[in-house]
Design a protein around this ligand. Structure first.
Ligand code: PEP
Ligand code: MG
Length: 319
């Protein structure tokens, strides 16, 4: 029956009571567009632009970037495409952006922190995005990785607007993947257009557990109640400010957890494309109030396993 429901569930993501929840794909470049479309992605929720340059010895030029971004932006009609600016360093090193000798690269000058030291490179990327979107109907959203506080958020929004990403051209937002940003999202919700929660890094930093270490894999379990609390705090701040709040980490790919995320107040879900059909089907089988009850149940759990069990018991058809 589930297999039938999965193949029957097409079109835009919605709950059983027809609340829209855009279902988007995580991509690393134009090569992933076909798979995203084949699995029914409504757009892109996370374009990891650093993936384009993992093998590059030199920084990409403005022209190279415009051409690549334009390919992606022209593939989804008027659908949303959320582009993340370079998330370099730690688990995603780029040869043309060497870090200094740092004892703890995951806690170092990575991602937006690195761009604050290379503002010209950030400016080139932002101008390339503005140029790539010119004349297209794409709904361009641009966000920064590893934003820690209001100062980071304001720096990025100012940089984006100054580079020509006007309010007409793009929404400008931030990733929430540092616990401090999740806890105090209300401080800067008013100054950004949207939040996107990166559950992979949010778990890494919440549990002080390297996401790449198999021995610590249990801390990457997105059902950890501490992670759910951080997501709840972020979504609440976004909703109070009338801003959208997506999830683009691995958490969104688990169908039961996708329902819990909606119940926590998350407004869109982005995942690797093959997970989209199952999430679409399970979401379509549950109402918002069932999702809210499952979220409340999950947060009463005292471990990832109990949170998962309590949530599934609250979601008819999944227990
Ligand atoms: C995350 O951290 O959850 C995320 C979506 O970004 P990445 O996995 O690329 O760090
Ligand atoms: Mg991340």
């Amino acid at each position: 029956a589930l297999a039938e429901a999965v193949s029957a569930a097409k079109g835009p993501g919605r709950t059983a009571d027809r609340k829209r929840v855009p279902l988007l794909a995580n991509i690393g470049g134009p090569a992933d567009v076909e798979g995203a479309l084949a699995h029914g992605a409504e757009g892109v929720g996370l374009f990891r632009t650093e993936f384009l340059f993992l093998d590059s010895a030199e920084a990409p030029t403005f022209e190279q970037q415009v051409a690549t971004y334009r390919k992606v932006l022209s593939s989804f009609g008027d659908g949303r495409v959320v582009v993340r600016t370079l998330d370099a360093g730690a688990d995603k090193p780029l040869a043309f952006l060497p870090t200094g000798e740092e004892p703890n690269p995951a806690l170092g000058e990575r991602a937006l922190r690195m761009m604050r030291h290379h503002p010209d490179m950030l400016d080139t990327q932002l101008r390339a995005l503005a140029e790539a979107a010119r004349g297209l109907s794409a709904d361009l959203w641009v966000m920064a990785p590893m934003v820690a506080d209001g100062d980071d958020a304001a720096f990025f929004v100012d940089a984006a607007r100054a580079a020509g990403l006007t309010e007409e051209a793009a929404k400008v937002g931030v990733m929430v993947e540092i616990p401090a940003a999740a806890l105090r999202a209300r401080d800067f919700a008013g100054g950004v257009d949207f939040f996107s929660i990166g559950t992979n890094d949010l778990a890494q930093y919440a549990f002080a557990a390297d996401r790449q270490l198999g021995a610590l894999a249990r801390f990457q379990d997105p059902w950890q109640p501490a992670l759910l609390d951080l997501i709840h705090a972020t979504a609440e701040a976004a909703n109070r400010a009338g801003k959208s709040c997506g999830v683009c980490g691995e958490a969104a790919a688990d169908p039961a957890l996708a329902c819990v995320l909606v119940g926590l107040g998350v407004s869109s879900l982005s995942m690797s494309a093959p997970s989209l059909p199952m999430v679409r089907a399970v979401l379509a089988a549950h109402t918002v109030s069932q999702c809210v009850r499952a979220a409340d149940a999950a947060r009463r759990g005292t471990s990832a396993d109990t949170a998962r069990e309590l949530a599934r018991a609250a979601l008819p058809g999944l227990s």
